[in-house]
Design a protein around this ligand. Structure first.
Ligand code: GLU
Length: 306
């Protein structure tokens, strides 16, 4: 096996949200992050994205499953719930640069507002971007009366931002005024990911391609914070029988649910990625070749186990 050495000081990572047990699609993505990191000479780090939707015990179970599969995690596991000071510092830095404003909109307000010209669907229409002090004081009081606090948004320049993805090629998206801190005080995913990947020395992000459209915004944020942009590798998803992203409602999809059914995780992973059946992690490390990975999504039907 020949690992290219350009990742010598770098690291890849897996960053699951501990909202429940991982299904086999999530497991395959995590294993791909591991294989990709090792094949390119990188360390493999683990981050627990536990800022919200935490199910008790899920983070430990997710990690134990990977360790049981033979994965070796380098360094300390990072819990996002212990990193809020770093997110606050990054946000403060943006604020000092005049790039943060309070937003008083509810989800309903945003849906009801006419969208800005040329903005893609779902983009923030900019309602609170240019309010005067008087209007802000009133809006703040209105929210406080409802027991709510304002969200913080990035004052973006509305530009198109582009990243080069190893699998997908060029991915571009219009960067809108994304949320940095939610109205409930929880730091937003996009800010936390950018701050953490940089702090952990992650220079390779392998994750499901449902997150590909977040990459340009994350790269944009990294640029504003003077952080380097990692290499992005968005890998194909596992879909359920209806063609949607595989989900718990599709049936038996977690390793625990599939135990005793004859389902062979390693064989399925190797085959579904175009390498033929694997027998375990060692063989996967031998046979995995980034250039030969299948790019099409895989359909998994829990009723047939394939
Ligand atoms: N926590 C996210 C998830 O479980 C992944 C975030 C990322 O890899 O950037 O979907």
């Amino acid at each position: 096996m020949r690992a290219d050495s350009n990742g010598a000081d770098g690291a890849g990572r897996f960053a699951p949200s501990p909202s429940g047990d991982l299904h086999i699609g999530n497991v395959r993505t995590g294993i791909l992050a591991y294989l990709w990191a090792r094949r390119t000479g990188r360390r493999f780090l683990w981050r627990n994205e536990d800022l919200d939707r935490v199910r008790a015990g899920a983070a430990e179970r997710q990690r134990e499953q990977f360790l049981a599969l033979g994965v070796r995690i380098d360094g300390e596991v990072v819990d996002q719930s212990r990193r809020t000071a770093a997110y606050a510092a990054a946000c403060e830095r943006l604020r000092e640069g005049g790039l943060v404003y309070e937003c008083y909109c509810s989800r309903k307000d945003i849906l009801a507002a006419p969208s800005a010209p040329h903005a893609p669907p779902g983009a923030y229409p900019g309602t609170c971007r240019d309010l005067g002090e008087q209007q802000r004081t009133e809006a703040r009081a209105r929210l406080a009366a409802q027991g709510r606090t304002p969200a913080l948004r990035l004052r973006s320049d509305g530009a198109e931002c582009r990243v080069d993805d190893v699998v997908l090629g060029e991915v571009s998206a219009h960067v809108d005024d994304l949320v940095l801190r939610r109205g409930d005080g929880v730091w937003a995913y996009n800010l936390a990911v950018v701050v953490d990947d940089a702090a952990m020395g992650v220079d390779q992000v392998v994750r499901g391609d449902d997150l590909a459209s977040s990459a340009p915004r994350q790269a944009y944020l990294a640029g504003l914070l003077d952080l380097s942009v990692p290499q992005y590798v968005h890998v194909p998803l596992v879909l359920g029988p209806t063609g949607q992203r595989l989900a718990k409602r599709d049936g038996a999809v977690t390793l625990e649910q599939l135990a005793g059914t004859g389902f062979d995780l390693w064989a399925w992973m190797g085959e579904s990625l175009g390498f033929g059946p694997w027998t375990g992690l060692d063989e996967a490390l031998e046979s995995f070749d980034p250039a030969r990975m299948r790019h099409e999504p895989t359909v998994f039907d829990p009723s047939t186990g394939r």
